[in-house]
Design a protein around this ligand. Structure first.
Ligand code: SF4
Length: 297
């Protein structure tokens, strides 16, 4: 029996799997994440959320492939890619791979030490850039990521604590397409971290259980701990925090995000939308790889 306190319900195996599929179907439907004929690429890390998401989208009969981005984080990355490959090959699914070191000349730890940024900052910037440009250049309409309810509630808490109005405007299960941007969707937004782990176990999906070694000091882990304590005392707190924001407050910040997007122009190096002549990813890549901008043009 799998208990989900926020729903005040317990599920047997079969009904739990139906529940997960239904939550994803509802998220996609309610937020108009996918249109008929869309090609989807899932950002696959080898962890439980992204593999569960891929599995759920395949189960719902979407046209969906995977994309793994090698971050160059030692053994952790070496193992993670194996989980992604194993999942894809066992099911005959297509997994694309991009490697930061081999394809772009740097790794996340290398970029962090050269730029004195946090590894997670360099990592997040690289993921956003690579997933968007890969989808754009390979004819995908949608990038789907495995952010779940716990992730989104933690991000919201961080954004509210610092009143990041631009980020609050962009915090939504769907970021629509725009010039240079492929649509980004988060179909696991109605499902929690524990549900995704249980889903993988029940579906026989092996995944990377180790925490990324760069995660230490990551602010989001602290926000998750705070929210877990609240959830323990008052089940449903995370969901009401996140969905209350989406229903009642998001629209007030959305115009800030739209204005920010409208002010963007194309990076002269890679064509991605940016506020300056050269985008933040190309500047990061130049510093981390030692390759001067312009040499690749
Ligand atoms: S913990 Fe940080 S460095 Fe590691 S995968 Fe997550 S965002 Fe990237």
């Amino acid at each position: 029996m799998i208990d989900i306190k926020r729903h005040n319900a317990g599920f047997c195996r079969d009904h739990f799997l139906v529940h997960c599929r239904e939550q994803v179907r509802r998220a996609i439907h309610d937020h108009k994440m996918v249109e008929p004929g869309d090609r989807i690429v899932v950002a696959v890390s080898g962890g439980k959320d992204s593999l569960a998401l891929w599995d759920l989208l395949v189960g719902l009969e979407y046209d969906v492939d995977g994309l793994y981005l090698g971050l160059g984080i030692g053994e952790y990355s070496g193992e993670s890619v194996q989980f992604a490959r194993k999942y894809a090959s066992a099911r005959g699914l297509k997994l694309h791979e991009v490697d930061l070191q081999d394809d772009l000349g740097f790794t996340v730890p290398g970029a962090a030490s050269v730029t004195h940024r946090s590894p997670c900052g360099a990592c997040g910037l690289s993921k956003r850039h690579v997933f968007n440009t890969f989808a754009r250049d390979h004819g995908y309409d949608v990038v789907a990521t495995g952010h779940n309810l716990d992730d989104e509630a933690a991000v919201l808490l961080g954004n509210v604590l610092r009143w990041e109005t631009g980020y609050l405007g962009r915090q939504h299960p769907v970021l629509p397409s725009a010039p240079g941007f492929v649509r980004k969707v988060k179909p696991l937004v109605r499902l929690g971290e524990r549900e995704m782990a249980a889903y993988c176990v029940l579906q026989g999906i092996d995944y990377q259980v180790e925490e990324c070694p760069m995660a230490e000091g990551n602010r989001h882990l602290g926000y998750k701990e705070v929210l877990n304590a609240l959830e323990e005392r008052s089940p449903g707190s995370k969901a009401s925090f996140l969905f209350g924001f989406l229903e009642r407050a998001h629209a007030q910040f959305a115009t800030v995000a739209v204005e920010e997007r409208e002010g963007l122009s194309a990076c002269i190096e890679c064509g991605s939308p940016t506020t300056s002549e050269i985008c933040a990813f190309c500047r990061l890549r130049e510093r981390a790889s030692g390759v001067s901008l312009g040499e690749g043009r």
